[in-house]
Design a protein around this ligand. Sequence first.
Ligand code: SF4
Ligand code: SF4
Length: 231
Amino acid sequence: MSEFQPFPGAALDRYGLNRHAVFDLADLPDDIVGSIAGGTKGYRQLILIGHGGRALWEAVRKSGVGGADPIDDFTLRTIRQWMSECQPDSRYAILYPGPQPIALQRLGALAGWHHAAPFMVGIDGEWGTWYAYRAVMLADTHFAPSPAVDRSSPCVACQDKPCVAACPASAMAGGVFSLQKCVAWRKQDGSTCALTCLARVACPVGSDHRYCTEQLAHSYSISLQTIREHY
Ligand code: SF4
Ligand code: SF4
């Protein structure tokens, strides 16, 4: 019998938490493990959970969870319930969402999920840019570690790069993303990018998974708030 248990991901999929990667801590780069506040003693694995597409947003709306950050609240509630049902005897700690910085894109790259689009959002060949990291946890589980999914960046083969032309701030015009130009455009009164990213919407990759207007507005209103506070 294998020393590993299959990852019980189906119980998360049905809530839209449909991307999972399991890492043995021993196989992660030392700097990632060393940066975890509080250390990893007593844990064996790091579990990365994400969502792809619209299913998570639909599950959040259906659940009635409200407040300032319904996606995080719903995710935390779902993961705790999932662990109590699937792994009642396992010890675990949720690192993200939480106050400590976590190298989400590096973990995403190790999982094979992350490639940087020209506007610096992660992209992969299946989901396009319509996915995000929802949780990172330590656990003393024995799940089978996930092989990295091997999808090269779809941007490499994208000749026309419609995202570049769609950006009203010409933030990618120089071949390098200008955060300054993007932020300046988004901060304007009545900005066409207040609650969306026109470049992201213009990308054809994974367009079947594109967020609905309400989901886009939710996530971009949070980033606009951050911009207003910090820039
Ligand atoms: S439009 Fe092309 S270059 Fe732009 S993000 Fe999509 S795949 Fe990448
Ligand atoms: S949010 Fe708007 S300004 Fe910023 S990169 Fe996207 S399209 Fe360009």
